[in-house]
Ligand binder design. Structure first.
Ligand code: NAG
Length: 490
């Protein structure tokens, strides 16, 4: 028995124990609907604290146009700090295995200091219309881009695009012109691309408790304020979790759900029975030609578990004491670049750890990477972005409620081949009642839309086609039902 086999067995036993403990009550009332009503209650995260028993104020509903314009003083301060950067010595014969390689960090600093031009990127960001509006006391920043022309457009889909950490709205900038342009089917998209509160240029929440359901609620309010009662919601990373939450808490507002990776991995601590069957009888359980491919997403367990541990240290810090590390990051641009950009190396491809430049510029340009860092630096939102982990991870009750919820709206998932955690299609199917599309992308990592916008846009378009067919089918069934009813009455 190899070490891996023992570890796997041990792990499965732990999972079994955990599942029994966790889901024992569920054996008797598993089909209860999760209670979402508490998530729908309005809250207030504004700077001015509410007094005890004070009624939640009404937000002004006006929408202001927004232009990014970082002050010269801030840019000078940044350059000053960059010039005075202090570096660590890095270990011989290592690359990114110990974290960000400091030799390469010097290269990043040189480029940032001497070649990188923020104003150019600021201008590019400002080439798309942006707005702010107040929701639950917070100033929410968002892009709102409509198709330029209505010629050749048959169907316009309103779509909400939600980013994650350590990304930002910037991950989706390349997708904007692709999505607003009509394709051969005549589909085009009206894009609403917000910054999560506490990320990018959305105001940070000023009191504890801002979590996934709060973000979901705020974004649904935003969409309604813009006149969209029903829309497609898309996301990756936290954006995937928020989009899932929108789809389960507010299904009446969702036309379709499109995800880069299913954030709540049903494989990790999911149903033990399913895990055991998949492990012991993969051919029988998966029952498809690609059973091996599906199996490899979860097993061998020890290997998967090890890489998960290796890549999630940051998460534990941010889910417990986010402000401590944020104090350092907010003070040092080079520290912030190392902390954020390391993720763009390891999460794009695990093997990039073996490269002296972390493979960073294989898939992204240094300009793109630094612009994302600049959004964190200039907004001053680093701490708030990290606190989102604490607010979510320390609230198991709602995490459990969300993970047990069935997705009933039509959905689609594209899974990057080099993403950290992946789930077999079969596991996903248990959670999504109307999974219209599942794409195993053969390229790309965690930041798929940033890395391969073409692939994500193509997947969204394919999903939209299936969505229209699904809606048509539904209408037909309803009509038939009504006719049957009339017939029965006669
Ligand atoms: C940015 O702000 C400065 C001063 O506050 C102003 O002079 C400049 O015109 C602004 N630029 C843009 C592009 O809005």
């Amino acid at each position: 028995m190899g070490c891996c086999c023992k570890v796997t067995t041990l792990f499965l036993l732990i999972v079994a124990g955990f599942s029994l403990y966790q889901f024992y009550p569920c054996l008797f009332k598993c089909h209860d609907k999760p209670n979402f009503d508490t998530f729908k209650v309005d809250d207030w995260f504004g700077r001015v604290m509410l007094k005890a028993n004070q009624k939640i104020p009404k937000d002004p509903v006006d929408i202001k146009s927004f232009r990014l314009n970082v002050s010269d003083a801030d840019l000078n301060d940044l350059h000053d700090r960059l010039k005075r950067s202090r570096f660590i010595d890095h270990l011989q014969d290592t690359h990114f295995q110990y974290g960000f390689n400091s030799d390469y960090l010097r290269v990043v600093q040189q480029y940032w200091q001497n070649s990188y031009q923020w104003r150019k990127h600021e201008q590019q960001i400002n080439s798309y219309p942006q707005f702010t509006t107040q929701i639950e006391g917070l100033n929410i920043h968002f892009f709102h881009v409509k198709p330029k022309t209505t010629a050749k457009v048959k169907t316009i889909f309103p779509i909400l695009l939600v980013h994650g950490w350590p990304g930002s709205f910037y991950e989706y900038l390349k997708s904007i012109p692709m999505l607003t342009e009509p394709d051969s089917n005549g589909y085009a998209y009206e894009i609403i691309l917000p910054s999560i509160p506490g990320y990018g240029y959305s105001e940070q929440p000023h009191k504890p408790g801002f979590n996934i359901p709060a973000a979901a609620r705020i974004f649904v309010k935003l969409m309604k304020r813009l006149g969209h009662e029903k829309f497609i919601t898309h996301g990756g990373d936290w954006g995937s979790a928020i989009s899932l939450a929108i789809s389960t808490i507010y299904p009446e507002n969702v036309r379709g759900l499109h995800l880069v990776g299913n954030f709540f991995q049903p494989s990790t601590f999911g149903d033990f029975r399913r895990m055991l069957m998949a492990y012991l009888m993969p051919k029988y359980y998966f029952g498809t030609d690609d059973w091996q491919r599906q199996w490899e997403k979860t097993f061998p367990f020890c290997q998967k578990f090890k890489s998960m541990l290796l890549e999630t240290g940051y998460m534990h810090i941010q889910a417990t004491k986010p402000d401590t590390v944020a104090a350092g990051l907010a003070d040092s641009p080079i520290g912030m670049a190392a902390y954020l950009l390391e993720k763009f190396s390891a999460w794009t491809h695990a093997n990039y750890m073996e490269l002296s430049d972390g493979g960073l510029v294989d898939k992204f340009t240094m300009d793109e990477l630094l612009t994302n860092v600049m959004i964190y630096w200039t907004s001053g939102n680093i701490a708030a972005s990290q606190r989102f982990y604490l607010e979510n991870m320390q609230n198991f009750k709602f995490m459990q409620t969300l993970t047990q919820a069935q997705v009933k709206v039509p959905s689609a998932i594209i899974e990057p081949t080099h993403d950290l955690m992946r789930a077999p299609r079969k596991f996903i199917e248990h959670l999504h009642e109307n999974l219209l599309q599942f794409t195993d992308s053969n390229v790309g990592g965690h930041f798929l839309a940033f890395e391969e916008p073409n692939i994500v846009v193509k997947d969204i378009r394919q999903f939209s086609k299936k969505l229209l067919e699904f809606e048509q089918q539904k209408r037909k069934e309803e009509e038939q039902e009504q006719q049957q009813k009339k017939h029965d009455e006669v």
